[in-house]
Ligand binder design. Sequence first.
Ligand code: MCA
Ligand code: AMP
Length: 507
Amino acid sequence: MSNHMFDAIRSAARPEATFIETLDGQVWTYERMLDFSARLAHVLTELAVRPGDRVAVQVDKSPQALMLYLACLRAGAVYLPLNTGYTTAELDYFIGDAEPRIVVTTPAAAEGLRAVAEKHGARVETLDDRGGGSLLEGVAGADAGFQDVPRGPDDLAAILYTSGTTGRSKGAMLTHDNLLSNALTLREYWRFTASDRLIHALPIFHTHGLFVASNVILLSGASMFFLPKFDADAVLRLMPRATALMGVPTFYVRLLQHPGLTRQAVAGMRLFVSGSAPLLAETHNRFREVTGHAILERYGMTETNMNTSNPYDGERIAGTVGFPLPGVSLRVVDPETGVPVATGETGMIEVKGPNVFKGYWRMPEKTEAEFRDDGFFITGDLGMIDAGGYVHIVGRGKDLVISGGYNVYPKEVETQIDELPGVIESAVIGVPHRDFGEGVTAVVVPEPGAALDEQTILKALEDRLARYKQPKRVIFVEELPRNTMGKVQKNILRQDYADLYQTADAS
Ligand code: MCA
Ligand code: AMP
């Protein structure tokens, strides 16, 4: 048997062609990628990583970190990337749940993480963003003739955790074919070829930067400029040498604020893709005015990779996420009955296809609850299909805030706030934010006479929640608005605080 995903990567690789260029002058050819990932796969095997074992990774972005993903594919391991913002408290849960064989972290975080990892039977290895760390020590001396571990289409390639609306995070199990089928579809749909040069400024611990961006480039034999993080100056400096950019809406909002964004600056670019959060029609229209380019918006999820995309050749309509991708079935149904609604009517978006994940790690009941009997996955997004066939996302059936492309589940933040002394209850909402799209905002009911202020709450959350989940503002109220059933009316709170971040000095 072959290695389903890596065989495809290998056949697209032209050894002498550039795969990655970094801002500090590193050049990784495809040959170097093949050689390094083979050696690293060998190192993993030496560390007793066996096929099916999880390898948890919380490191800064670097070419070596991407090699670790590829080495896991080759070694038949299950890659488990973790947001660098997660605190030790958050990691404790992920490591306990996934039971990885090893946890790869930064040298700076290693000591703090050791006790947690060892408690769950995992060994700690380090990797820094300059190519150092204990994990890489054996790479130079390792055998480059690694025999890729056989993996079929249905074998696990990765687990990515998504926060849950009801508390505990769930590990989405993605197979080799989930990744391969989607990347091949996107390659064709977005016309990627070996001549493309992508500006890669996304993190590589989520679907967008890891699978959509990196896998599409790998399977096209194309190259990418690998930035440690988004930086509008650097992106604009690279544009004359690049052909494509993939980003979250915040990238485009920030580029539009940059005086360097002009028609001339983007003259060599052929494609701008946006996703992970809604792109405002205003941003789409302004970008077109300034650059002449219509940003191509697409829609996906951790559980499904990409589901829909605006067309490459046809009209890219602002405020829509385009058509279901080839091979993906998408329907909009009445959430209660599961019966499809008429064209133009709003309902729950459900999808089915080779892109859809295998289920939640060790949560068969949760998996079952999110699939229909005929195999469609219930996305939790509310949508509508218009007469032209374009899919519109019109809201969320799930209580979710998306801040700068990162998902924040209010329930998780509320649980932490409610545990603080002096708090009776809280409601966490997302309200329009000029930079992040939505700003995480906490509305808190204090006990009468409690000495609570915004800073006390924010300080207390520092060690409990990743920075991006922490509220940008905390507002105190005497009581929360409730309906007759006693449910908190978040829509009223969202209306009341809609202007919170709209002023020029809003944080
Ligand atoms: C940084 N901060 C944030 C965020 N990012 N706060 C809220 N939301 C965020 N997304 C905090 C920083 O900790 C800092 O706090 C302050 O905000 C300002 O930091 P700044 O330097 O401006 O931020 P940045 O480093 O420039 O990051 C902003 C960013 C970044 C470029 C938008 O968050 C980003 O790259 N987002 C992409 C996320 C992504 O890849 N999502 C895809 C998920 P302080 O200074 O107070 O410490 S995959 C997905 O959703 C599906 C599958 C899909 O469809 O793609
Ligand atoms: P994640 O759990 O990080 O995979 O985030 C997936 C969610 O992001 C989806 O369920 C949608 O709610 C949202 N999302 C992704 N792309 C878009 C988009 N283009 N427009 C609106 N929402 C989006």
